[in-house]
Design a protein around this ligand. Structure first.
Ligand code: 4AD
Ligand code: MG
Length: 462
């Protein structure tokens, strides 16, 4: 007999039919005559109840069916007599695939802390919460590809190993085959990378943007979706050293087009989750965050506020809040400032534009005021910055002069500069932090709980 997944069974199972299900035991209860097993196979947050009459089964088998054990059940689909489910399986045979010792199984009991589950990241998929989070994470990845494909964007695979530091922040993990104890050195004592694997110094990418721009300058609209790596020592609930980023890059888009796309894109993703992840979202709404569904609907239904950085600084200065970090024109905004604007002042997502050039990357288009650049950051409730992007500087002269000011070596980026030499065009793009999106959509509060195996300072177990 062919196995049926529980998700499908709950939708289209026919009463009275013989079926085969396979999964992990969530709970077992009962008495000497009858045993009730809640079985979950991961296809949905919902369990199927298996009813076994003890007289039909071997006593040892039933004893070994404990929380966490894996079993295959053949039986008849019947109407449920009990509360909490409409259908259940009246078991005729049970095969035990794998026992799970009740004394040592870490998830034997319910109600573990998030910290405990993080330390047991190899097993936390088996909890309702993490099952829901990772099914939603999958749905969001799928929806991202669907959104861009439907709009005629091309998925471009940009390299993971690169020689450039796109953001210029110097937060890179180096890639080398040198023995760290004995890298060859040149006459001046510095490491000589000529004999290293790539013949030069390389690192894990912090962003696919620069290569993405090369694609956009021929294919028109592209997007990347891949892992990015930052060696910033930020131990916060919103930073990972390895995170996934979606970076669309569009020829002929100005900053307004860019903002329109960003707003439409995140609203589409949230709407997709509301329509396609109902059971999981309802569970998270009940168990993790009672305002989750309201907040998701609110974001889909309301326009984002769009204001320049300068105006945001005025609002922050005028408020009588006590800030941990000082506010002032020219200073970067901290999470506390971003969250004040979104959660207390405007009470909706905010897009800030036209930041001071000193606090933004070299590639952003310079405004005529000589002070600001055509940057945009999308700020979300509970998260702060979820998207960072800009219109790009398309003028070779302006780009070069900014790179010289910032001491970014031209000879390393000759290929990037070639796009401005040959057929340059106005263009724009942005980066959405995938895990920050998942934080928002699931209502989870720590970014370590929305990626299967988080990489953070001093933590790379599993
Ligand atoms: O603002 P960022 O640094 O922008 C870029 O990397 C640009 N190259 C994007 C572009 O224009 N193509 O990063 C973009 C987003 C942030 O808004 C944030 O959501 C996320 O990436 N992000 C992180 N997420 C988790 N952990 C970190 N350490 C992150 N750093 C950035
Ligand atoms: Mg940013």
């Amino acid at each position: 007999m062919k196995r049926i997944k529980i998700k499908e069974l709950l939708v289209s199972g026919e009463l009275g039919s013989e079926i085969l299900v396979k999964g992990w035991v969530r709970t077992k209860r009962g008495n000497k005559n009858i045993v009730f097993i809640a079985l979950n196979d991961g296809s949905t947050i919902l369990n199927i109840q298996v009813v076994a009459e003890t007289s039909l089964f071997d006593e040892n088998l039933l004893r070994d069916i404990t929380t966490g054990a894996c079993i295959a059940v053949t039986g008849k689909l019947v109407e449920s007599q009990g509360q909490g489910q409409n259908i259940e399986i009246s078991a005729t045979s049970i095969e035990l695939y794998g026992k799970s010792d009740a004394e040592t199984y870490p998830l034997q009991k319910k109600g573990h802390s998030m910290e405990f589950l993080r330390e047991n990241a190899h097993l936390r998929f088996r909890t309702n919460t993490f099952g829901a989070v990772f099914r939603i994470r999958h749905s969001m990845a799928f929806a991202i590809h669907k959104y861009f494909n439907d709009k005629g964007f091309f998925y471009l695979h940009t390299p993971i190993i690169t020689a450039s530091d796109a953001e210029g922040a110097g937060e890179m993990f180096h890639v080398t085959t040198f023995d760290i104890n004995g890298a060859p050195r040149g006459e001046d004592g510095s490491v000589d990378f000529k004999s290293d694997f790539f013949g030069r110094q390389t690192n894990l990418t912090v962003s696919g943007q620069l290569e993405g721009e090369l694609g956009a300058m021929a294919l028109g609209d592209i997007y990347t979706f891949g892992p990015t790596f930052r060696a910033e020592n930020s131990n916060t609930p919103r930073h990972l050293a390895e995170f996934w980023m979606i970076e669309p890059e569009m020829a002929f888009y100005d900053l307004t087009d860019n903002m329109d796309l960003a707003e439409d894109f995140v609203k589409y993703l949230i709407r997709y989750a509301l329509e396609n992840c109902k059971n999981d979202l309802e569970f998270l709404n009940n168990m993790i965050d009672k305002n989750l569904l309201d907040r998701l609907r609110f974001v889909v239904e309301n326009d984002f506020v769009r204001i320049p950085y300068t105006q945001a600084v005025e609002i922050l200065t005028a408020s009588d809040k006590k800030w941990e970090y000082p506010v002032g024109w020219g200073r970067d905004l901290q999470a506390e400032h971003e969250r004040f604007l979104v959660e207390e002042h405007f009470k909706r997502p905010v897009i800030l534009t036209d930041y001071p050039r000193e606090i933004k990357a070299f590639y952003m288009k310079q405004n005529d005021d000589g002070k600001t650049v055509r940057a945009m950051d999308v700020l979300f409730p509970g998260i702060g910055e979820i998207i960072g992007g800009s219109q790009r500087e398309e003028s070779l002269e302006k780009l070069l002069s900014r790179m010289r000011e910032m001491k970014i070596p031209e000879h390393d980026l000759w290929w990037y500069l070639d796009t401005r030499r040959f057929g340059t065009a106005p263009h724009s793009g942005f980066g959405l932090g995938f895990e920050r999106l998942i934080l928002f959509v699931t209502g989870m509060s720590n970014i370590r709980d929305v990626i299967p195996f988080p990489r953070t300072p001093k933590n790379a177990e599993f």
